[in-house]
Design a protein around this ligand. Structure first.
Ligand SMILES: *Cc1c(COP(=O)(O)O)cnc(C)c1O
Length: 382
């Protein structure tokens, strides 16, 4: 495979230490050394999610497996579930919950906008007995950054569990699972954790664990049954399915890198580079597309300038410069590019490379764009 600079919606760049971890010879999934590495991964995930939740562990599979694990363990037939839909991933949540037998109530917003708490309040008021409210923290398909606390409080006031998709936010901006009253959340390894795709860290609160323990029916999915998975992680070490050993090595190393950098510094880096990218793009006449005040640091959705063939430019960036950026999806197809600055990808040198390449392709002033990005970097004090 060719070497690429990954500045799309994921996967992101992988640190050489994580690549080296993947190359280590596997041991058995009940080897005491492996079990203690799993303990370390769980402890590092708790620090990252900011939670004391016992049920914090990596699900085997990508982010969507974590989504399906949370829903299939928390939903029973006919449960009323309120889901915010303002992009691809809210749409996917509604699809997954519906397939699992939930009665899905969607709360919609324009793509690029956030889910408004007032709309959630109305939807909840119209429900008989809502059991769960779910939203996406970082809508990777649009670049919108969803505020969570108010919607969480609304869910609680109706006795419903609060679920959050943290696939793109975890490791790139603050998340506070306990402080924000989140009952279930899931993430992925290939976005801001800068690991290859393959595991989905999840965390479930005591309230969620109680719901699972008192279900009338077994979860529809055997593979994703958290009671069974929990007895492998939780001390008894009962075999359920073989842990993806090499991916756990990689995640352990990626989490070490996150904590060595420090969460605050890591989040500041994502913010600083986001601002620098936008400053440089503005010089090239490229403006952000997500709602002002709710723009993600790690995923920049930006308007394609009028008259530009967005697919052709993206293709040339990939083939002639080795740089990947993402297309718009759904109603934003053809309208926006999605530029990811996730984890290892969020570096000033990557921003300079992208701005230079874009300026060449669009016929803009690349020197001025890079200078503006650099001026922004020095303003926020790199
Ligand atoms: C990428 C992503 C997912 C899905 O994760 P996969 O690893 O592709 O299964 C879910 N939600 C959000 C917000 C994402 O960005």
């Amino acid at each position: 495979m060719p070497a690429r600079l990954l500045l799309g919606p994921g996967p992101s760049m992988v640190h050489p230490r994580v690549l080296a971890a993947l190359a280590q010879p596997p041991v058995g999934h009940l080897d005491p050394e492996f079990l203690s590495l799993l303990d370390q991964v769980q402890a590092d995930l708790k620090r990252l999610f900011k939670t004391k939740n016992e049920l914090t562990l990596p699900i085997s599979g990508t982010g969507s497996a974590g989504m399906e694990a949370c829903f299939s363990n928390l939903i029973e037939d006919g449960d009323e579930v309120v889901i915010g839909v303002n992009g691809v991933f809210g749409t996917r949540m509604a699809e997954v919950a519906g397939r699992l037998g939930a009665q899905v109530v969607t709360v919609k917003s324009e793509w690029g906008d956030i889910i408004h708490p007032g709309a959630v309040r109305e939807a909840l008021a119209a429900c008989r007995k809502p059991s769960l409210v779910a939203v996406v923290h970082a809508e990777t398909s649009t670049g919108a950054w969803q505020p969570l606390e108010e919607i969480g409080a609304l869910a609680r006031s109706h006795g419903a569990l609060f679920m959050v998709d943290m696939v793109t936010s975890l490791g790139g901006c603050p998340v506070e699972v306990d402080a924000w009253g989140i009952d279930a959340c899931y993430s992925g390894t290939q976005k801001c954790l800068s690991c290859p795709p393959g595991l989905s860290p999840v965390s479930l609160s005591e309230r969620a664990a109680k719901k699972i323990a008192t279900r009338d029916s077994k979860p529809r999915s055997w593979y994703l049954d958290l009671s069974l998975i929990g007895s492998y992680f939780g001390g008894e070490r009962v075999y359920h399915h073989t842990a993806p050993i090499s991916m756990v090595y990689a995640l352990a190393e990626a989490l070490s890198l996150v904590h060595e950098e420090g969460l605050e510094r890591r989040f500041e880096r994502h913010e600083r580079n986001h601002l620098a990218l936008l400053a440089g793009l503005a010089v090239l006449g490229i403006e952000p597309a997500a709602a002002a005040g709710y723009r993600l640091w790690m995923l920049n959705s930006v308007r394609v300038p009028d008259g530009v063939d967005e697919a052709a430019v993206r293709r040339r960036l990939l083939l002639d410069y080795g740089i990947e950026i993402g297309p718009g999806l759904g109603p934003l197809a053809g309208e926006v590019w999605r530029i990811g600055l996730m984890g290892e990808s969020s570096r000033p040198e990557n921003i300079r490379r992208l701005l230079t390449a874009l300026a060449c392709e669009l016929g803009g002033d690349g020197v001025a764009a890079v200078r503006e990005a650099d001026a922004q970097l020095s303003r926020v004090g790199s």
